[in-house]
Design a binder for this molecule. Structure first.
Ligand SMILES: CCCCC/C=C\C/C=C\C/C=C\C/C=C\CCCC(=O)SCCNC(=O)CCNC(=O)[C@H](O)C(C)(C)COP(=O)(O)OP(=O)(O)OC[C@H]1O[C@@H](n2cnc3c(N)ncnc32)[C@H](O)[C@@H]1OP(=O)(O)O
Length: 197
């Protein structure tokens, strides 16, 4: 049975889940993670209307990120679309997995929208991995407005599932896969391939 056929598991880690272990080669605290793929809607610099979110490694298994809400991100007039805010949370949570040097995709993402987020707002995101169980990585994130210490506007809990690079090769379109494999950016190539040759 594939992951898409079975009932989704809960967001609470099982009792025998273990604490996440930061990889010794993880980016140093304060280091920008950079985009994992130039055309990523969440973090890619080549996506003019994307979020172009910038994530930074912190101590432990934690990242922070900033995302500025642009006009292209509206749902209601002058306010960020909820799906765009969920994308910001998803992207930030996804970037955490690089601190484990693991490639993982979102299995489950549960989001709370607590305050409206106007266009022009900088959303300050803070995410951490809470537990690991087999291929499952449990994580949580908040997004604050009005500064890194401001009120929480959005929050999310997630389960990411570790995959091999074949996940992308088997399911992605050949043209984009070939372009990603030829990417001259060493960090992006490492994130895509070196952890899962
Ligand atoms: C060659 C070029 C490559 C280029 C690549 C470039 C970069 C790569 C680097 C990083 C990219 C990754 C992230 C980037 C950062 C952020 C971006 C945001 C992240 C996303 O936006 S990513 C897109 C949305 N995402 C998907 O597109 C997933 C679609 N989906 C599937 O592909 C499958 O569904 C999968 C793989 C999830 C599972 O399938 P599967 O067959 O491998 O696994 P299986 O069923 O065996 O489950 C194993 C254990 O996970 C548990 N489990 C399964 N599904 C679950 C669920 N939904 N919720 C909770 N737990 C779940 C089971 O309960 C079991 O748990 P247990 O072991 O305890 O029984």
């Amino acid at each position: 049975m594939s992951g898409t056929d079975k009932a989704p598991t809960r967001l609470t880690p099982p009792a025998d889940a273990v604490a996440p272990v930061r990889h010794p080669d993880a980016p140093a605290p304060g280091e920008l993670l950079g985009a994992h793929y130039g055309h990523c809607f969440g973090c890619g610099p080549a996506q003019a209307h994307g979020l172009q979110l910038r994530a930074r490694a912190e101590d432990g298994v934690r990242v922070t990120a900033e995302f500025t809400v642009k006009e292209a991100h509206q749902g209601a007039p002058g306010l960020a679309h909820g799906g765009v805010l969920a994308t910001a949370l998803d992207e930030t949570l996804g970037s955490l997995n690089w601190l484990l040097r693991v490639i993982a995709v979102t299995g489950r993402l549960e989001t709370d929208f607590l305050r409206p987020v106007p266009v022009g707002t900088v959303l300050h995101l803070d995410a951490e991995i809470t537990a690991v169980h087999g291929r499952k990585i449990y994580s949580t994130a908040v997004g604050r407005i009005g500064g890194p210490g401001g009120p929480v506007a959005v929050r999310a809990d997630a389960v990411f599932v570790e995959v091999k690079v074949d996940h992308f090769i088997d399911n992605g379109r050949p043209a984009e896969i070939q372009a990603a494999m030829a990417d001259p950016d060493q960090v992006r190539r490492a994130r895509a391939f070196e952890v899962n040759p």
